[in-house]
Design a protein around this ligand. Sequence first.
Ligand code: DON
Length: 571
Amino acid sequence: MARCVRLGAFLLGWGLACAAGAGPEERPPRAAVVSAHPLASAAGEELLRAGGNAFDAAVAVSATLAVVEPYASGLGGGGFWLLHRAADGRQVMLDGRETAPAAARPELFHAADGTPSPELSRDGGTAVAVPGVPAALLYLAKHYGRLPLARSLAPAVRHARAGFPVTPRYRRLVQYRLELLRADPAAAGIFLEQGEIPPAGHLIVQEELAATLERLGAEGRAGFYAGEVARRLVRAVRAAGGVWELKDLDDYRVVERAPVVFEYQGVRVISAPPPSSGGVVLAETLKILERFSLPGSGPARVHLVVEAMRRAYRDRAWWLGDPDFTKIPMQRLLSGAHSARLARDISLSEATPSTKLPAPKRIPEPESADTTHFSILDEAGNRVAATLSINLPFGAGLMAAGTGVLLNDEMDDFAFGFRDPNAYGLVGGQSNVVAGGRRPLSSMTPTFLETPERIALLGTPGGSRIISMVLLAILDFTAGAEPQSWVTLPRYHHQYLPDILQFELGALPAGEQRALRAMGHQLQEKKRRYGNMQAILWDRLGNRVAAASDPRGEGEARIFSVGPCQPAPVH
Ligand code: DON
């Protein structure tokens, strides 16, 4: 705690000094923008060079990703923006998660025979929750940015009109949702070429999306949540079997939430609170691990990390959901007594079957998916780590004609019972059941790490595996590694149910796999590598900024200087 107070004092003091000193620097020597797409990273740099701060740049990057990564996030989706304002040290998470329409209820997702039907929460009108991204961009610009919203949206508008070139990743993700896109004339007209996957280099032009972005910039809330755009959105969702009303859009609000904050081995971790499960699962896992002496590598390390994950993900399934609807025992879950209890039955030599932890079993296979993360640090020290989503690639595969807005299928993140996992194999109960106005539980985990010397900003897409990826990066940061290592690290994962230790292609050497099997772990090597982490390190002692984009993706890290000693943000 004492350190946090001291750190706060450093941050508050930055305005007084800009020259290099002997201790940890109070302002970064350079700015950094790292995102999953080069055009979005460039948009962030453009805004910082135009006099914007990290929050204006975050609006520009979010909006540009909505254009150039239509499979990952967009105006029709939601997200979490973790913010640090240098002027006063304020740290907050902007919750722009989608909400269920008022008429939503579990039976909406049942087939005629009364059994849950996964398609109903993944494809078409019932899958679509009310989007939060447009409201969040408005809020960011108004309360944290320095520039008008329309200025920050300008790069996105430009790219929507001029078009962006199809990449191998785009082709792979279209393939995954091809039938769905073919079935929707508005979406097919833009994202396909005569009903087929467009060739690499083909330009995707989105005139209508450009107009919707301009409308949002000019009219604010009324440009999306009311009027012509809102009417078209509701019409499209209802025509596809959904239950939206205009009032659902009118009712949508972003929420500022206090992040989950805890210490792990001298590192202050600031991460996403409910309705994301990220911060709580990270805190529980790391608090369990702190009770063991964790080897630096080898099967004994993987075993311990997996046993900790298993227990934390079980609590996720049992307790977590939208905090405005379900009572989450946060204090207890984050307490030392709870982690001591969870750690007590971990054997150093044997896997605990998840079924031995009280709860039912099921072994589904998580599917491929998409979502996006970006991180921004400006030279005043403002920070944004944001993870945004429309859930599965191309969301519900539904575009509201005339708006260019591709709609999410985030309703699948609600729990359909312990026997019916969602697309990521996640199970859950009452704490995350569908209800009108409620936000589905997320795994998106934008995170800051702080020591007096080093500050990190990171996050990644990857469904249920987001949290374990961020966890492995935190362990790597704690061991002193750099962003290139955090984003490149081989990854492994356990989420309680299914009771499987998954790992990336090639992540665990054969000997390690044998040792883990001998301990009773059921192993599964994935066919692909997964994740798309975007990370920044500000080394305050070394007075340098480093950033890295996951080699598994097509992203880009930019580090640059706009000029020293910029004036403080006005808000
Ligand atoms: O909010 C969530 O947890 C999911 N909708 C995120 C989906 C995702 O990361 C898919 N990415 N590969």
